[in-house]
Design a protein around this ligand. Structure first.
Ligand code: TYD
Length: 145
């Protein structure tokens, strides 16, 4: 379920069953904008560490902070948005061709990421200037169609 939209993203809320604990689940396409091909998690981040700093050409992802808190910056080449992610049942949609930067992890933070594709290094753009060139090229191609 989409609960909040912004210019660059949307928050996806998963079912959260609370009895004596929280049980959060997802059933792929029922709850997410894609079928899940890959799941990964990130934990034990060193104090002050930075992650992300890339965009994906095709892969889409939803990022959950299932414990702790992070700052996430999204950038589509024209706009930048900053989010604080801390709700284990609310993921942020990370579309293709969105540059993202993660920082300000609190101790004990655990991120869970659901992805639409297998890991392919070729899908990454790790250079910000290259990302801007690619975004502008795609915009030009769209307007010429
Ligand atoms: P990367 O995606 O750059 O991490 P982050 O976005 O958190 O900064 O990945 C870090 C390393 O892990 C890189 O060498 C690629 C590897 N990796 C895989 O092998 N499989 C995966 O599914 C992911 C996400 C990363």
């Amino acid at each position: 379920m989409i609960i909040k939209k912004s210019k660059l993203s949307k928050f996806i809320k998963l079912p959260n069953i609370f009895d004596e604990a929280n049980l959060v689940f997802t059933e792929g396409k029922r709850h997410l904008p894609f079928s899940i091909k890959r799941v990964y998690y990130i934990l034990n981040m060193k104090k002050g560490s930075l992650r992300g700093f890339h965009a994906h050409k095709k892969c889409q992802q939803v990022i959950f902070c299932i414990q702790g808190r992070i700052k996430l910056v999204l950038d589509n080449g024209s706009n930048r948005e900053e989010f604080i992610i801390k709700q284990p049942d609310q993921g942020i949609f990370l579309d293709k061709m969105i540059w993202h930067e993660m920082s300000d992890f609190v101790k004990g933070t655990i991120l869970l990421v659901l992805a639409s594709d297998y890991y392919k290094e070729k899908d990454y753009i790790r250079d910000y200037q290259k990302f801007l060139r690619q975004v502008r090229k795609e915009l030009r191609d769209d307007t010429n169609e």
